[in-house]
Write a protein that binds this ligand. Structure first.
Ligand code: NAI
Length: 247
C-alpha cells in the first residue's frame, strides 16, 4: 500500500523506539523517511534497517534544540529531495523527580528538548511548507501532558505545552493548507519501558481498559493516518493512543 507515495517525512528522534517505528511505517507506505537523531552511528543503523526491508530512508544528525543545526539540515533535505511534506516532532526525554527535589537543570533539559525542540523544528519547517501551501505536522505529546503525573512535573509541563503549541500552530497555518495535530501515547513498549518488571507492567496494565501496553506501531499507524489525505479535515486535535486509559 502506497498511500504516502514519494512524500518526504522528517521524524525527529527516530533512530529507535516510537520514532523508528513511525519512520518504518511511513517508508512502508511509500514515503521517504528522514531519520533525524543525535548519534550518527545509531542513525546509520536505523537507515540500514529500513533499507534492508526494501524501503527508502536517509539520515541526518542534529539536536532539535539547536535552531542553526536544524535549519541547515532542513535546507540540505530540501536541496536533496525538493520538499518536506510531513514533520513528526517525536524527540523527547524524561528526567523524573519530585518537584521539591527537582534540579533546575533537569527542568530546563526536558523543556528544551520536548517543548522548545518542537517549536524550533516547526518554525524551521514552516518556510518550506508555507511556500508549498501544503504540509502536515504531527507532535508527539503524551497522556501525561493531559492528566499530570507525580514525579514528572517537567515532562508533564512539556507535553501539556506541546498540546497548546499544536493548537496555536494549527490556527496560524490552517489558511495555508498546513495541518497540525498531536498524538498522545499512553504506556508504550519501547527500549525505555523494556526494563520494567512484569509486576510493574501488570500494575499499569490493570488501569488500561484494553488491558495491555501499547506498541510503537499503534502510535505509528495513527501518524500515517493523520499525514494522509484521509485526514485532510482534521487539524488542531490531540488524539490519544492509550488503550482507553483516559476518556
Ligand atoms: P526513546 O528514548 O526510545 O527515543 C527517543 C529518541 O529521541 C532517541 O533516539 C534519542 O536519541 C532522541 N533524542 C533525544 N533527544 C534528542 C535531541 N535533543 N535531538 C534529537 N534527537 C533526540 O523514546 P520513546 O519511548 O520512543 O519516545 C518517543 C516519544 O514518544 C517521546 O517524545 C516520548 O516522550 C513520547 N512518549 C513515549 C511513551 C512511552 O511509553 N514510551 C508514552 C508517551 C509519550
Amino acid at each position: 500500500m502506497e498511500r504516502l507515495k514519494d512524500k518526504v517525512v522528517i521524524i525527529t528522534g527516530s533512530a529507535r523506539g516510537i520514532g523508528f517505528s513511525i519512520a518504518e511505517a511511513f517508508a512502508r507506505n511509500g514515503a521517504i523517511s528522514v531519520i533525524l537523531d543525535l548519534n550518527q552511528e545509531d542513525i546509520d543503523k536505523a537507515v540500514q534497517k529500513i533499507d534492508d526491508l526494501g524501503f527508502r530512508a536517509l539520515g541526518f544528525a542534529a539536536n532539535v534544540t539547536d535552531p542553526n543545526a536544524i535549519a541547515a539540515v532542513f535546507k540540505e533535505i530540501v536541496g536533496q529531495l525538493g520538499r518536506i511534506d510531513v514533520l513528526i516532532n517525536n524527540a523527547g526525554i524524561t528526567k523524573d523527580g519530585l518537584i521539591m527535589k527537582m534540579k533546575e537543570s533537569d527542568w530546563d533539559a526536558v523543556i528544551a528538548v520536548n517543548l522548545k525542540g518542537t517549536f524550533v523544528c516547526s518554525q524551521k519547517v514552516c518556510r518550506y511548507m508555507l511556500k508549498q501551501r501544503s504540509g502536515s505536522i504531527i507532535n508527539i505529546a503524551s497522556v501525561i501532558g493531559i492528566m499530570g503525573n507525580a514525579g514528572q512535573a517537567n515532562y508533564a509541563a512539556s507535553k501539556g505545552g506541546i498540546i497548546a503549541l499544536t493548537k496555536s500552530t494549527a490556527k496560524e497555518f490552517a489558511s495555508r493548507g498546513i495541518r497540525v495535530n498531536a498524538v498522545a501515547p499512553g504506556f508504550i513498549k519501547t527500549e525505555m519501558t523494556e526494563n520494567l518488571s512484569q509486576e510493574v507492567v501488570d500494575k499499569y496494565s490493570e488501569a488500561i481498559p484494553l488491558r495491555r501496553m501499547g506498541l510503537p506501531k499503534d502510535v505509528a499507524d495513527l501518524c500515517v493516518f493523520l499525514a494522509s489525505d484521509e485526514a485532510d479535515y482534521i487539524t488542531g486535535q490531540t488524539i490519544n493512543v492509550d488503550g482507553g486509559l483516559i476518556m
